[in-house]
Design a binder for this molecule. Structure first.
Ligand code: ADP
Ligand code: MG
Length: 624
């Protein structure tokens, strides 16, 4: 094992986390290879779900399993919300589909409302994501046997500045030191390169096609001499498996309405159960051409059964699949690369398993280009773990040979007269970068100039995504067009932007620290959330201790009742009356367990002690 306990001076290894919309995955560099870490259920990916119950908080598999039982308090897909405003049309669309409640919080931030332990609670997307990150951190810690702090967290390449910042904040709230926010396609290309490329001296164009649960990213990554350079990215933060599920879902909701003249749309439990069945149907259609769906007692006592063919599924999603190819084409055009110059297409994300999607890609690129050997679910975390090892100096020479360069996913600029977007950093510029553009006044004797900063590709500035505003003042009165203001955009390796404006000659500088912009979290807010996260963690642990103690009692009572039922074994050892007394005792404990789902630890322990006192003598006799 490469790690040491935090108690010693040696560092625990840095981990790579693929924080997905629907599933997350964690990996670590260990003994010269990448280990994808399994969760407590033995799975390599963990649902990005958090469920709030009367008794406690569930994260991951247990939360996912609780979704149908308690859809209103089970939160998923927050990656679609993170770093966005409540008024964002995408947010409005998502809210319509979610069974849980999202309201407008202060400063136009979306707030998720849940009922937790009988109390109404509000959470920001950052907080929910931090709970998922904390779960991934714990999965790694259980495997490594020591505390983990450093991590590389991945985001879709198309994530804008605020989404990246919010993701980083989520990491901080989870108690992680986020060493880098890495683009998911870069991570996948790195995983591919690491696996396959023996000779880095030959340049390769890798096209990464990542179709996941909620986001779609395509990127052209050029690998040369150990350098991984993202040449272009395109994608949609709102296209993925859930959208395909929705198409099936709407199809069946309509069918139900036609057949039974009833609309299930108002019933969140029914919606959730039908949606899960649709997702399962979709997965099976990746390997079979026809599937059945069946939901017992879906609505008002009606059992719902139907069938779905792959052809119908493809038809329902035709426009969405076509969109994937449009984005692919767009990405290549941006990079000015012909599709024939692509050496390999790496498939990433669970939805890239859909046969129709693969068929369209084969038609577009040609059959032999698709690389299917890399595991679609693990590639991103794999690449993140390699970078994590490199950044923390724990990797070997092979890893250290690799150099990563990312690009800006969107153009960045300021508005000028006539609401025109004046681009300072063009889309697909390599980061980190620093660009300066010169501006002047539009009126005589103007003493200050206000700049609005936007990101996006629209010509009309206000149609782009507004990032913040800054004011450059202290200009000496002069005719219009004479003052000279340098606006500097600096983007760090995480893709996070800092803007400043300087009046030439005066040295007067004005900075836009985008962290202070309304929609982002302030340091005090983050600190408060860290405190809360610690509190929840402590509560979770308390809850877990109770559950563990109860389970121990439950297991023991169950084991003993099984033994007592074995007449042949027991009767020679104890008299009939004694047997009856023990059985009554076990029965009493089992009834108590039925009534007490989360009893205090002491209560479970004392029951266990009592039961052991009367049962252990028999166990001892059995052993003899
Ligand atoms: P993300 O990274 O966005 O969380 P993943 O890459 O883990 O997503 O992909 C999850 C999505 O992949 C889900 O929508 C899931 O239904 C879908 N998926 C998983 N396996 C299959 C399959 N065999 N066929 C079709 N879709 C699948
Ligand atoms: Mg993913």
């Amino acid at each position: 094992m490469t790690c040491q306990s935090k108690m010693s001076d040696k560092l625990a290894p840095a981990i790579g986390i693929d924080l997905g919309t629907t599933y997350s995955c964690v990996a670590v560099w260990e003994d010269d290879h990448v280990e994808i870490i399994t969760n407590d259920q033995g799975n390599l990916t963990t649902p990005s779900y958090v469920s709030f119950t009367e008794k406690g908080r569930l994260v991951g598999e247990s939360a996912f399993n609780n979704a149908a039982m308690d859809p209103i308090n089970t939160i998923y897909g927050v990656k679609r919300l993170i770093g966005r405003r409540f008024s964002d049309p995408n947010v409005k669309e998502d809210i319509k589909l979610w069974p849980f409640i999202v309201v407008a919080g202060a400063k136009n931030r979306p707030k998720i409302v849940v009922n937790y332990k009988g109390e109404k609670k509000n959470f920001l997307a950052e907080e929910i994501s931090s709970m998922v990150l904390m779960k991934m951190k714990q999965i790694a810690e259980t495997y490594l046997g020591c505390a983990v702090e450093d991590a590389v967290v991945t985001v879709p390449a198309y994530f804008n500045d605020s989404q990246r910042r919010a993701t980083k904040d989520a990491g901080v709230i989870a108690g992680l030191n986020v060493k880098r926010i890495m683009d998911e396609p870069t991570a996948a290309a790195l995983a591919y390169g690491f696996h396959k490329i023996k000779d880095y001296s030959k340049p390769q164009n890798v096209f990464v096609f990542d179709l996941g649960g909620g986001t779609f990213d395509v990127s052209l990554v050029n690998i040369y001499g150990g350098y991984f350079e993202v040449k272009a990215t395109a994608g949609d933060t709102h296209l993925g498996g859930e959208d395909f599920d929705n198409r099936i879902f709407n199809y069946f909701v309509d069918e139900f309405k036609r057949k039974y003249k009833k609309d299930i749309r108002g019933n969140s439990r029914a919606l959730r159960r039908l949606r899960s069945a649709c997702e399962r149907a979709k997965r099976s259609l990746s390997t079979t051409s026809m599937t059945t769906i069946h939901v017992d007692c879906l609505y008002e006592g009606i059992d719902f059964s139907s069938t779905l063919s792959r052809t119908r599924f493809d038809e329902l999603n035709k426009d969405l699949f076509a969109k994937c190819i449009e984005f692919t084409d767009q990405c290549l055009k941006d990079a000015k690369v012909n599709k024939n110059d692509i050496d390999i297409v790496v498939l990433v994300g669970g939805s890239s398993r859909i046969p129709k999607v693969q068929q369209l890609l084969e038609e577009y690129f040609g059959d032999e280009k698709l690389h299917r050997n890399i595991n679609q679910d693990e590639a991103v975390a794999y690449g993140a773990a390699i970078l994590a090892a490199q950044l923390s100096g724990q990797a070997n020479d092979m890893v250290n040979k690799v150099v990563l360069t990312d690009v800006t996913p969107l153009s960045l600029g300021v508005d000028i007269t006539g609401d025109v977007m004046s681009i300072v950093v063009a889309r697909n510029t390599s980061v980190p970068t620093k660009k300066v553009k010169n501006f002047t006044t539009i009126k005589d004797d103007q003493t200050s100039v206000t700049f609005n900063v936007y990101e996006g590709e629209r010509f009309q500035a206000s149609k782009n995504h507004f990032l913040g505003m800054f004011n450059v003042s202290g200009l000496s009165p002069a005719p219009r067009g004479v003052p000279s203001i340098d606006v500097c955009f600096e983007i760090d390796a995480d893709g996070i932007l800092n803007v400043s404006g300087t009046v030439r000659g005066s040295g007067q500088t004005s900075k836009l620290t985008i962290t202070n912009e309304e929609s982002w979290l302030r340091k005090e807010e983050i600190d408060k959330m860290i405190e809360e996260a610690e509190k929840y963690k402590a509560e979770d642990e308390k809850h877990k201790r109770k559950v563990d103690a109860r389970r121990e009692l439950d297991d023991y009572a169950y084991e003993m009742s099984k033994i007592m039922r074995n007449q042949e074994l027991i009767l020679p050892l104890i008299p009939e009356g004694e047997k009856q007394r023990i059985e009554d005792e076990i029965c009493e404990v089992m009834n108590w367990l039925d009534l007490n789902k989360v009893p205090p630890v002491e209560a479970s322990n004392s029951k266990l002690l009592g039961l052991k006192e009367i049962c252990e003598p028999i166990v001892a006799k059995m052993k003899n």
